[in-house]
Design a protein around this ligand. Structure first.
Ligand SMILES: CC(C)(COP(=O)(O)OP(=O)(O)OC[C@H]1O[C@@H](n2cnc3c(N)ncnc32)[C@H](O)[C@@H]1OP(=O)(O)O)[C@@H](O)C(=O)NCCC(=O)NCCS
Length: 218
């Protein structure tokens, strides 16, 4: 323990703060909403009560940590870290709790900027870190291990640190055709009635054939 006074360690972070930390995990209301929306969150994932998860979002990565953010319907999320907090880098001490409860100094937390927004039908793979303020479009794939520092457009595949778009999932013409169908808002009956669309390889499809298929959606 060195020079750190024992009584401070024992009181740290203090009963009020401990209570507020306990309040962070998901509420019963949130779990009810997830149940209604058929959302699946693996047991060990820590999801903020202020995170908004769309219908059928799947968070299947053990130990995922998700601060307040918005995740669109049908998005698949692995062991991802989305943190809304950033610390000031210019002061001597970086820990907020020590700064406030031991030293009595100014806050070293930066006020949150824009929250993270992830679109619908995305796949955010394992060990991805998404930094605050980032917007990820619809249908995006973020490859394993990426650190996303900037926004990513619809249907892109981004990998690496910092994450860069390496390609798009489909040709431009196909993206243009599908960009407004918003299939993630369809009813289950409509999804099933249009199964044909979900069996098309959109990376090689003839755009004229796709157009014709989209013209006869049920
Ligand atoms: C992003 C991903 C989907 C790309 O798949 P793909 O399009 O089939 O890409 P390929 O395997 O053909 O790889 C293409 C190139 O990108 C590289 N690459 C692939 N994924 C990468 C990643 N996550 N980070 C860095 N480079 C990657 C490959 O090494 C290859 O490089 P090369 O051309 O120099 O040989 C996939 O690699 C990935 O990251 N999957 C996530 C797996 C996972 O986390 N699953 C958990 C389930 S939720």
């Amino acid at each position: 323990m060195g020079q750190y006074p024992r009584r401070v360690v024992q009181r740290f972070p203090g009963p009020e703060l401990r209570a507020s930390i306990r309040r962070i995990p998901t509420s019963i209301r949130q779990r009810r909403q997830w149940y209604k929306d058929d959302v699946e969150v693996v047991r060990t994932a820590r999801v903020s009560r202020n995170a908004v998860l769309g219908r059928r979002v799947r968070i299947n990565g053990f130990g995922a940590h998700i601060d307040p953010c918005t995740i669109g319907p049908y998005t698949l999320v692995g062991r991802v870290v989305i943190r809304a907090a950033n610390h000031h880098t210019e002061f001597l001490n970086l820990q907020e709790l020590t700064q406030q409860h031991v030293i009595g100094g100014r806050s070293v937390l930066k006020p949150p900027s824009a929250p993270v927004t992830i679109g619908a039908g995305c796949w955010i793979a394992d060990n991805v870190v998404i930094l605050e303020g980032v917007t990820i479009g619809n249908g995006v794939i973020v490859g394993a291990g990426a650190v996303v520092t900037k926004s990513i457009p619809d249907y892109a595949i981004a990998i690496g640190t910092p994450a860069k778009v390496v390609k798009y999932r489909y040709p431009e013409e196909v993206i243009e055709l599908i960009k407004d169908i918003d299939w993630w808002n369809w009813s289950d009956a409509k999804l099933r009635a249009n199964v044909e669309l979900f069996n098309v390889d959109l990376s090689t499809v003839d755009p004229a054939e796709l157009k014709e298929l989209l013209g006869r959606l049920h």
